[in-house]
Design a binder for this molecule. Structure first.
Ligand code: FAD
Length: 281
């Protein structure tokens, strides 16, 4: 973990583009509540195959208009160089300085992979087109990407993104801090030298979390799964236990020298605020 301690700690919050006018109204309030914590930036996800392109842009603009820094996610699967070039120009014009750069996943029904195969190609393209304009965040997987043939291959592929010009990384969420510590140590051995910020998923809804985790390859340890299952529909019990578990995880990560935290807020303020308060940040 030594290499991570030299980076200043930074805190960020992730949103997805709201799908309804009510969702947009609600997010305005969430933005103010979380904005009071003075995060480094708010990031906004980008739907597979560009399905939320306008929504991502609109949300990013709303964040900036409210006086905060915004970082759009940009995924390249199913896209063309021309399309990405247009989006980059729009973001540059809008004063965006940070992009979360991803491959994305092929939406069901979509056949064409497009002109980019992997995120390292998108990082390389952004650097070639825009030089040092953007701070480029990439995704990291302490429990390894579900499609990776081996942990070692996934690490080497992570290194390709770094060598292509990534500035820092945000991890997939995890509940076992050792997965993160080992990942960071492996990165150190490979000479990877950039901040690797843990992605944090507050626990509020077991069914949703279990579905998500199966899809993205994040492990819910058995003891956590069993307890959450046992709470059934008791939302207060799930919330309170989730708050304990995730606050302890965050505390362990920061104590060990993690360079900040990135919260997957799911467009809700309360769960993140509760953890924040517990951490005394
Ligand atoms: P890559 O880095 O390209 O890796 C994908 C797989 O390909 C891995 O198995 C890797 O080992 C392998 N690989 C990588 N490079 C090479 C190469 N050069 N040659 C051979 N194999 C290679 N998804 C969205 O749709 N929208 C979002 O907004 C979004 N935000 C995210 C934010 C974070 C912080 C994270 C962690 C994930 C996010 N995702 C998002 C999910 C992400 O798109 C998926 O996990 C996707 O499957 C992989 O994207 P990636 O950028 O990590 O891909």
């Amino acid at each position: 973990m030594e290499s991570q301690k030299k980076f200043p700690q930074q805190f960020s919050f992730e949103f997805f583009p709201p799908k309804s006018p009510e969702g947009t109204d609600k997010l305005r309030g969430v933005l103010q509540q979380l904005g009071a914590l003075q995060p480094k930036y708010f990031s906004v996800t980008f739907g597979a195959g560009g399905s939320t392109q306008q929504g991502t842009f609109d949300t990013v603009q709303a964040i900036q208009q409210a006086g905060f820094k915004a970082a759009p996610h940009l995924s390249c699967i199913g896209s063309t160089r021309e399309n990405i070039r247009t989006i980059l120009a729009e973001y540059q014009q809008a004063g965006i300085a940070r992009i979360v750069t991803l491959r994305g996943d092929m939406p069901s029904g979509m056949q064409e992979a497009g002109e980019f195969r992997h995120a390292n190609e998108l990082v390389e393209f952004i650097r070639a087109e825009t030089g040092d304009h953007f701070h480029i965040e990439v995704a990291a997987y302490p429990e390894f990407h579900p499609q990776a043939p081996s942990a070692q291959t996934d690490l080497r592929n992570f290194k390709r993104k770094v060598e292509a010009g990534a500035s820092s990384a945000i991890t997939q969420y995890f509940f076992n801090p050792d997965a993160y510590f080992h990942f960071v140590e492996d990165c150190e051995e490979l000479g990877i030298d950039l901040p690797i910020v843990p992605g944090i998923m507050p626990i509020t809804n077991y069914t949703q979390l279990a579905r998500f985790s199966d899809m993205c390859g994040a492990e819910i340890p058995r003891w956590i799964r069993k307890r959450l299952e046992g709470y059934g529909d008791d939302r207060d019990a799930i919330r309170s236990f989730g708050e304990d578990v995730v606050s302890e995880l965050c505390h362990a990560l920061l104590e060990a020298g993690a360079p900040g935290l990135h919260f997957y807020t799911m467009n809700q303020a309360k769960p993140t605020l509760a953890i924040w308060k517990r951490l005394g940040l």
